[in-house]
Design a protein around this ligand. Structure first.
Ligand code: FNR
Length: 368
């Protein structure tokens, strides 16, 4: 089947055909009017690539590092919740595909495979753990300790989702996690593992988040987190220079520019447009990552030129998992590898370091 699926969009189309409506709409939708979902993609085309020619392109490498860990690709896997709705192995399949491609996998707190399952089923993976802060701080601290014990290399603290936003498709569907699945990071069969399996009238996920997540979190809690772990802390969901600087002050090891795939505040800037502001503010003091709307090798190239150390992908891997489990996720990463390698080769960049700021320019420059 994969012979006829040659790009991320092909996988997306096929996954839309295969997934049940409850899961499909949860995966694809965004907040409110979905302006930011649309803009994340549209904004990619506001940047043009400035190719340079007649440079020796016979030897090329896409290798880079993330927090000092060598990786084969300058892009990795973003945390997305509840991946076993896409295929039976869910997150384990996704982590294995990332490991096979020599890149990083990020596990969501609200995953349908546990921290320990990832360590067992993808032992060689470079893995980050995405953390949500539960009202019960002991519960939160236990997650952190388990991630450390299971060989995760960093915590990704998501700052934009203490509240679940309004996602109209999930309200219409009364979204629930199907009964054969649960949030596997919690084994007690209590609310933390199963509340999302039911709906009291709207989105079951919104009800889960409202009941359990701590909405009182502030910058001070990063100090609390730093006290209970030695793992580097990456702040995910930053969109402004101001918050990037507060993050640095709080001791973040990296800033991850993201609007949660357009699923939280509708009307915020597309990630690629917020990236330059954050890169400038951080001024080389820590690594900057980005996600949101990346589905072509050329999109990734543009973000690298704008100063991202690493690009992350959410939905594209869900489409891959849906169409072919681990192999589908692997194919997505391979497609993007080939596309990025081709763009680099054709633009005069033999290594990731060669993708400098001068390699991209705003579209408006050409209409002057
Ligand atoms: C997400 N995202 C997300 N982020 C996070 O920190 N924890 C989570 O549990 C989830 N869950 C989640 C579920 C689904 C279905 C989606 C689509 C997204 C956000 C995710 O990490 C990332 O920011 C976006 O998905 C990036 O945009 P693209 O690549 O999907 O366009």
């Amino acid at each position: 089947m994969s012979m006829s699926l040659v790009c991320v969009k092909d996988y997306e189309r096929e996954a839309h055909r295969q997934l049940p409506l409850n899961a499909l709409n949860y995966y694809k939708s965004g907040a409110l009017g979905e302006v930011t979902v649309h803009e994340n993609k549209a904004a990619m085309n506001r940047w043009y690539i400035r190719p340079r020619f007649l440079r020796d392109m016979s030897k090329r490498s896409l290798a880079t590092t993330v927090l000092g860990h060598p990786v084969s690709l300058p892009f990795g896997v973003a945390p997305t919740a509840m991946q076993r709705m896409a295929c039976p192995d869910g997150e384990c399949a996704n982590a294995r595909a990332a490991a096979k491609n020599g890149t990083v996998f990020t596990l969501s707190t609200i995953s349908t495979s546990s921290i320990e399952e990832i360590a067992t089923h993808a032992p060689s993976s470079l893995r980050f753990f995405q953390l949500y802060i539960y009202k019960d701080r002991d519960v939160t601290a236990r997650l952190v300790k388990r991630a450390e014990a299971a060989g995760f290399s960093a915590l990704v603290l998501t700052v934009d989702a203490a509240f679940s936003s309004i996602r109209r498709e999930d309200m219409r569907n009364k979204f629930i996690l199907p009964p054969h699945l649960r949030i596997e990071n919690f084994q007690d069969n209590d609310k933390k593992s199963t509340l999302v399996n039911s709906s009291a009238g709207g989105s079951g996920l919104k009800e889960y988040v409202t009941a359990l997540f701590d909405t009182s979190v502030t910058w001070k809690d990063i100090a609390w987190l730093k006290r209970i772990t030695k793992l580097p802390i990456i702040l995910k969901g930053i969109l402004t220079a101001e918050d990037a600087l507060l993050g640095l002050e709080a001791g973040a090891a990296a800033i991850w520019v993201s609007n949660h795939g357009g699923r939280q505040v509708d009307g915020v800037p597309p990630s690629i447009e917020a990236l330059p502001e954050v890169v400038k503010a951080v001024n080389g003091q820590c690594e900057v990552y980005v996600d949101g709307g990346f589905s072509e090798g050329s999109d990734i190239f543009k973000a690298l030129a704008l100063g991202a150390q690493m690009v992350f992908l959410g939905r594209p891997l869900l489409w891959g998992l849906t169409c072919g489990g681990e192999e589908g996720a692997h194919n997505i990463l391979q497609i993007l590898y080939r596309e990025l390698d081709t763009i680099m080769a054709l633009s005069g960049c033999a290594t990731v370091k060669d993708i400098t700021r001068e390699m991209v320019i705003r579209k408006e420059y050409y209409s002057k």
